[in-house]
Write a protein that binds this ligand. Sequence first.
Ligand code: B12
Length: 207
Amino acid sequence: MNEISEAITNLEEEKVLRLVKEKLDAGEDPIKLLEACRMGMTEIGKGSGDTVFLTDLIMAGEIFNEAMEILMPKLVGASTKSLGKVVIGTVEGDIHNIGKDIAINFLKAEGFEVIDLGVDVPPQKFVDAIKEHNTPIVGMSGLLTLSIEPMKKAIEAIAAANLRDKVKVIIGGERTDQNVSDYVGADAWVNDAIDGVKIIKNWVGGA
Ligand code: B12
């Protein structure tokens, strides 16, 4: 683990922000700095379960968000072309929003219009948003094992509304893999927002 990851794990807010700024100024790759922040989050997440540790997770999430505010403008060059619309949300029962919001920022920066449904999104809300905004792409985020079933239900609801052949569905979050993707009936899965944006750009012919 590098300095930044370690500082996140130790919940050293000022140190994290100082290091991120210093390293950016020194010309380090912002994507590597984002990765270091993410590694710190993964590390602090190991062994979650008791209530005392939850406060640490919340604190770490806040530090991560602050670091993102510094990093984001450097990570992406504002795009001028419009690549279309993407509906995105964290599935029902899951309130994790950090990864989803990173994906949203990257998508916006690439020129997508993003309809953010927020967290704990019930299946019907995805269906309604696809209909209302006529979006060809749906992104679902889920970090819990318990998020797998809601993802499946959301995709089933999209199919029940006769919309499945009109949209591509991408799922994201550390818990997703090919098996999960097959099980829920998604078109693609990612553990990384940048990979997700590449896939989505390919789908719309913007790559
Ligand atoms: C921060 C955190 C929290 C915070 C969330 C704050 C917030 N505002 O989001 C709080 C404290 C609220 C929290 C709560 C809980 N958490 Co929590 N949490 C985490 C932690 C430490 C980090 C998650 C994170 O933000 N990672 C950083 C982001 C950047 O990574 P990411 O989400 O993977 O996203 C990246 C990619 O996956 C991708 N991506 C993500 N989504 C999408 C979507 C699309 C469309 C695309 C293209 C890409 C994409 O892009 C991102 C950037 O590359 C993880 C540990 C871990 N290893 O993941 C546990 C973790 C996810 N939590 C866990 C648990 C159990 C819980 C609780 C149930 C705890 C409890 N006992 O109450 C609750 C759940 C509440 C609920 N109903 O959702 C477990 C899940 C275990 C499991 N397998 O189910 C984990 C893995 C910790 C652990 N090891 O036990 N948590």
